[in-house]
Design a protein around this ligand. Structure first.
Ligand SMILES: [Mn+2]
Length: 319
């Protein structure tokens, strides 16, 4: 199949659902997709990405720009690894950057519907709207942000359990979501089993936050790296509803190599008070993100603590 596409997608809910939208679109236009490959930012992302060996032709969704991508859609703040890629870039029919889009899934859904007059089945609208809320942090309240009751949120949480991280599970979800409403997909044993285990972990995380979260000025701060707890941004504001920002550290593994992730976010209920662009602020540490939420990967815990300290102070002074 020389013309079958490979879709490279950001390894999260948004990338997975963006791929499902593309699969639907391609399939109905008689094109085949031979594989779906999750990609992520990591300590060596910026040096690896330009020379990465892609299976061609390929599509990139919800992730950094690459000039060889036949189709590319992204909504991140700084998707250009090289300066000349940024200056040479113009949106065209198959390449579209929209850093105002709450999610890439919503972006792809809206774009393909409008530009190609493509008729998605009705369940895609529900999917795109929910991913917009989740990826764009457009929740109605902190309570709403913690709720995992809708089918799309159940699927999102299922990705958080250890065996939700594997690529085959994402491939399964992409196929399923391209065909069926999220409500049907969420009922499958594959999703339910992972949801149950991730929900137990989420409950443990909320207890950990209640016990250990510190309020430092306007910033909610926690180092989760020793407790083996993953950052849960909204838990910050459940504990301290009047905090404006959060700075959280957690530990992750890239294969066998440990790394430390710094999550910097803002309170979704106080967005009009946010004066800085977090995505821009983290650039000098090779981080990435949007105006309201950003992340940085660091090699050691000492480094993570030092950079966290810098941002706690910076945000109290300037944010
Ligand atoms: Mn996204």
């Amino acid at each position: 199949m020389p013309d079958a596409y490979t879709i490279y997608f950001h390894d999260d809910l948004d990338g997975t659902t963006s791929s499902a939208a593309f699969l639907r679109f391609f399939r109905e236009r008689g094109k085949t997709v031979k594989d779906f490959v999750p990609v992520n930012y990591g300590p060596t992302f910026k040096s690896d990405w330009p020379d990465k060996k892609f299976s061609r032709p390929f599509v990139v969704v919800d992730f950094a720009y690459h000039p060889r991508a036949e189709w590319w859609f992204d909504h991140h703040q700084n998707p250009f690894v090289r300066e000349e890629w940024k200056t040479g870039f113009k949106n065209d029919e198959k390449h579209f950057w929209d850093n105002k889009a709450p999610s890439c899934c919503g972006q792809v859904y809206g774009y393909l519907s409008k530009k190609f007059d493509f008729k998605f089945p009705p369940h895609f609208k529900e999917l795109a709207d929910e991913v917009d809320i989740m990826d764009g942090g457009l929740y109605k309240s902190i309570e709403d942000s913690l709720s995992r009751e809708t089918p799309v949120r159940r699927i999102a949480l299922s990705l958080e359990c250890p065996d939700g991280a594997n690529a085959d599970y994402k491939r399964f979800l992409i196929q399923e979501l391209s065909e069926k409403p999220a409500g049907k997909v969420a009922e499958s044993g594959e999703v339910r089993r992972r949801f149950k285990s991730a929900k137990a972990e989420l409950d443990r995380t909320c207890v950990h936050y209640k016990k250990n979260l510190e309020k430092r000025g306007r910033v909610a701060y926690i180092d989760n790296s020793l407790a083996g707890i993953e950052t849960m941004s909204f838990a910050n504001y459940d504990v301290y509803p009047d905090a404006l920002y959060n700075v959280n550290i957690d530990k992750f593994y890239h294969g066998r190599v440990a790394g430390y992730h710094l999550s910097i976010g803002s309170n979704i209920m106080k967005r009009e008070e946010v004066k800085v662009n977090l995505g821009d602020l983290v650039e000098k540490y090779n981080g990435g993100g949007h105006k309201y939420v950003a992340g940085i990967d660091l090699g050691t815990r000492e480094e993570a603590l030092r950079v966290a300290e810098y941002f706690v102070n910076y945000l109290n002074k300037n944010g």
